[in-house]
Ligand binder design. Structure first.
Ligand code: NAD
Ligand code: UD1
Length: 344
């Protein structure tokens, strides 16, 4: 019988792509999402891609009663992938308690239930934000973490510490936690049926680019060209969302086949290459044939200059490697944007 996996935040951007990859790898998926940042139609679109409708439960993971009722109903869950979180960095600065409460209480409620209901394995969405601006590049998992720049970033650092301590305290009952530190996830499913749908004005670069190309935004602002980088714009490690989703399948396989080397592990999930903001804009124009209206403006507060991953640990230990090219990835984003807007 197919092994059952709980995917929290499974109608969200990364969660929905991961549900697809899990189903295609033969797993049976149950989604929990309160739809605070996603739409129920995503469940239909997942079914259109895979031919399998994932089970879906709509509730808030901070609700202790509801989460217990859920685990009483679903007694075959073997592992959890925990995506559900609030993720707007800027908003977290003026609503810190909302972020700490939502992101940390959800995690702690799940950890409590793992013990109560005998679920042994958890994969968690962490972020390269825990490294801040590193002193040395690329960053390995041994690169020291730096104090978080935002309450959102801090929820990731604290969540990692909570999982480390919880896994240690429950080692004898076989609890395992594995954190994936994502670099900059971009792209959409090649089917153009699922992708990223930011609410309001996008903060992140690629949704801003695709919305500008679609004519929804007038002009892309490039934040700063006076950084200490070859073309003066910031450098990031942009990881294709389907590649990222596949890393979760590999992480689940690892935990369920007991191949993990410690009961708390963490891995960088990126491509291993840095791409500048200007290079990304040029790659978008090249692969889509759409000319972007952009201007250079001042730096954005809180941005780090450059970061990219050393992915050797994920490559060697997980046997996972990013495969998509940046051009294909941007074309998938554009096809998704066009599909959402009804552009031919
Ligand atoms: P997303 O907002 O698209 O998905 C998160 C989902 O969780 C949403 O569908 C939302 O409705 C749900 N959710 C939030 N709080 C909930 C709660 N209390 N109960 C139930 N459901 C809840 O975000 P995403 O981009 O898919 O990110 C997924 C995870 O990856 C998050 O933990 C995020 O912090 C992390 N992450 C994202 C990025 C990125 O750039 N997208 C980078 C690093 C880490
Ligand atoms: C941000 C968060 C990070 C989070 C990630 C995913 C900050 C400081 N970091 O990463 O914690 O994990 O989002 O949600 O907020 N840019 C432009 N014009 C735009 C938008 C972005 O030039 O309109 C530039 C930025 O200055 C940056 C790069 O594009 O250099 C990437 O920005 P973005 O997509 O927002 O991601 P990060 O800032 O890397």
């Amino acid at each position: 019988m197919a092994k059952q996996i709980l995917v929290t935040g499974g109608t969200g951007f990364i969660g929905s792509h991961t549900v697809v990859e899990l189903q295609q790898a033969g797993y049976d998926v149950v989604i929990v999402d309160n739809l605070c940042n996603s739409k129920i139609e995503t469940v239909d679109n997942i079914e259109k891609i895979t031919g399998i409708r994932p089970q879906f439960e709509c509730f808030d993971l901070t609700d202790v009663e509801k989460i217990n009722a859920f685990f009483k109903k679903y007694t075959s869950i073997e592992a959890i992938i925990h995506f559900a979180a609030l993720k707007a960095v800027g908003e977290s600065v003026y609503k810190p308690l909302e972020y700490y409460r939502n992101n940390l209480n959800s995690l702690m409620n799940l950890l409590d239930c793992m013990k109560t209901y005998g679920v042994k394995n958890l994969v968690f969405s962490s972020s390269c934000t825990v490294y801040g601006q590193p002193d040395k590049l690329p960053v390995t998992e041994n690169t020291p973490r730096k104090p978080a720049e935002s309450p959102y970033g801090n929820t990731k650092a604290i969540a990692e510490d909570i999982m480390r301590d919880y896994a240690k305290a429950n080692a004898e009952i076989g609890i395992n936690c594995l954190a994936l530190r994502y670099f900059n996830p971009i792209g959409a499913h090649p089917s153009a049926l699922i992708g990223e749908s930011p609410v309001g004005i996008p903060n992140n670069l690629v949704p801003y680019i695709t919305q500008t190309a679609a004519g929804v935004r007038e002009q892309l602002s490039i934040f700063g060209d006076d950084y200490n980088t070859p073309d003066g714009t910031c450098i990031r490690d942009f990881i294709n969302v389907v590649d990222l989703a596949k890393a979760h399948v590999v992480a689940i396989d690892r935990l369920l086949s007991k191949k993990n080397k410690a009961n708390y592990e963490y891995f960088n999930i990126g491509t291993g290459s840095g791409v500048s903001v200007m290079e990304l804009v040029k790659a978008f124009e090249k692969s889509t044939g759409v000319k972007l209206n952009y201007k250079i403006v001042g730096r954005r507060e809180g941005d780090i200059e450059k970061i990219w991953a050393d992915t050797s640990l994920a490559n060697n230990e997980l046997g996972w490697k990013a495969e998509a090219t940046i051009e294909d990835t941007l074309l998938f984003s554009w096809n998704w944007e066009k599909n959402c807007r009804g552009i031919k």
